[in-house]
Design a protein. Structure first.
Length: 94
């Protein structure tokens, strides 16, 4: 993604149905994101490959190219619902 978007940096109008690419400030890595909501010129985005949300300014969002849409997400939804609460450290797995 890095090579593609550094050669083709074209921000487009934002639409919540599309997937976007963005370069994160803290890691300088390109990530795939999906729009969750917006506040002024910032968008709450779900990072598809990390499984977390982050606020991203609109000028940092780029329409995701088709070649990157085919890749499966690297994050997995999980839940510990129904698991007993451990109140001590007696169960430590190595």
């Amino acid at each position: 993604m890095k090579e593609f978007y550094e050669k083709n940096p074209y921000p487009l109008p934002i639409c919540s149905e599309h997937l976007y690419a963005t370069k994160l400030e803290n890691t300088q890595e390109w990530e795939r994101v999906k729009i969750v909501s917006n506040v002024d010129k910032f968008y709450c985005c779900y990072l598809v490959d990390k499984g977390v949300t982050n606020f991203i300014p609109d000028e940092k969002l780029f329409l995701l190219d088709d070649q990157f849409k085919l890749l499966p997400p690297r994050s997995t939804k999980a839940s510990l619902f129904g698991m007993p609460l451990l109140l001590n450290n007696s169960f430590i797995y190595s």
